[in-house]
Design a binder for this molecule. Structure first.
Ligand code: F6P
Length: 367
């Protein structure tokens, strides 16, 4: 029987749902009942593309960079968050230190017939470029930002939404006791999905998203209106990428990482201070930060990780490379990696946001 060696790696920010996807890709590849006409072997690559760069295959030194994955190793992985393979934000195509030739060489030296890349926009752009450079790649979409085009779901999003909802539930009791306002900063980069859907799930009073610039006058007006109507406290969700009218994103640090991403942050404290100043109401900022990426995968992320992992192996078996597995209109499917390259899916303010209330829409049927 012919043999085929597959590599699998996770790249970019971690999130819940990665381990289930790895587990099910491995289990599908090694499932004896599936009667593949090829015998698969699966190698886990540690720390994203770093593992592929640093494994010294000339001297056969792969220790710490490559591990053999079998069914027993991955058996319990689907209930655990993060990634057992580790991850990094190393881009082989970083213009400041391009190492793509070395990475492609190492993929050849490792004898990988296919590579599964589980990643967000930055990592899947790398996957697309590797496909152009002749590597047989399959992408699996993951990111709590849910900003990838051609798919209605990206792994990690649902777990992050649950974190936001649970943390805000906790915040409510203390906010109410003290008649305080809390501005909760969520992740999501330039996309408002996490803030909008998290805010809708937890019933936030105001939701600020990157796709609609906000004014502090309007925020203060809404807050005072709420107080006049008898509310004791308010929860405001602010996406880290939201901007003031005529302003730009709040950044924690200047510069960008290997994927070209800025380090966003600071909006919660800014908005809290401005509400304090503008209304006299006691307001605090709270940054949920990496709590949103942590913890056990929700049931949805376990199932979606499972389906995406299986679909990746199905594509490999069909030799249908250069694709990203996707979820569209309730079905698992796939699209060319090229179709997502350099694109982001953002909130459509006209359809999904109420720009008057700075909140989710009250008319969801669109009639
Ligand atoms: O893209 C995922 C994400 O969690 C963003 O929402 C956030 O801006 C960023 O990663 C944070 O990255 P880091 O883990 O490098 O702080």
């Amino acid at each position: 029987m012919r043999k085929s060696r597959i590599g699998i790696l996770t790249s970019g920010g971690d999130c819940a749902g990665l381990n289930p996807a790895i587990k099910w890709a491995v289990k599908t590849a090694l499932d004896e009942r599936l009667e593949w006409d090829i015998q698969y072997e699966v190698l886990g690559i540690r720390d994203g593309f770093k593992g592929l760069l640093h494994a010294d295959l000339i001297n056969q030194d792969i220790e710490g960079h490559i591990i053999h994955l079998d069914q027993e190793t991955v058996r319990t992985w689907d209930r655990i968050g993060g990634t057992f393979l580790g991850t990094s934000r190393l881009s082989p195509y970083d213009p400041k230190s391009d190492c793509s030739k070395e990475v492609v060489k190492n993929i050849e030296r490792l004898g990988l017939n296919a590579l599964i890349v589980i990643g967000g926009d930055g990592s899947l752009a790398i996957a697309s470029r590797l496909a152009d450079d002749g590597v047989n790649v399959i992408g699996i979409p993951k990111t709590i930002d849910k900003d990838l085009p051609e798919t209605d779901y990206t792994l990690g999003f649902d777990t992050a939404l649950n974190v936001i909802t649970e943390e805000v539930d906790r915040l409510r009791t203390t906010a109410g006791s003290h008649k305080r306002i809390f501005v909760v900063e969520t992740m999501g980069r330039t996309a408002g999905w996490l803030a909008l859907e998290g805010g809708e799930a937890c019933g936030a009073f105001i939701i600020l998203i990157p796709e609609h610039a906000f004014s502090m006058e309007k925020v203060n007006e809404l807050v005072l209106e709420g107080r006049r109507a008898g509310s004791r406290y308010e929860i405001i969700i602010a996406a880290e990428g939201a901007k003031l009218e005529g302003g730009s994103e709040f950044v924690k640090r200047e510069g960008s990482d290997s994927f070209g991403h800025k380090a966003l942050g600071g909006i919660a404290d800014f908005v809290a201070a401005e509400i304090n100043k503008g209304t006299g109401l006691e307001t605090r900022g709270l940054v949920l930060s990496h709590l949103q990426r942590g913890g056990a995968p929700s049931a949805h992320d376990r199932r979606m990780g499972r389906h995406f992992g299986i679909a990746a192996m199905n594509l490999i078996a069909k030799k249908d490379f250069g694709k990203m597995v996707a979820y569209q209109n309730g079905h698992i499917t796939a699209c060319p990696l090229k179709d997502i390259f350099g694109k982001l899916k953002l909130v459509d303010v006209n359809i999904q946001y109420d720009a008057e209330r700075y909140n989710g829409r009250r008319n969801v049927l669109g009639i």
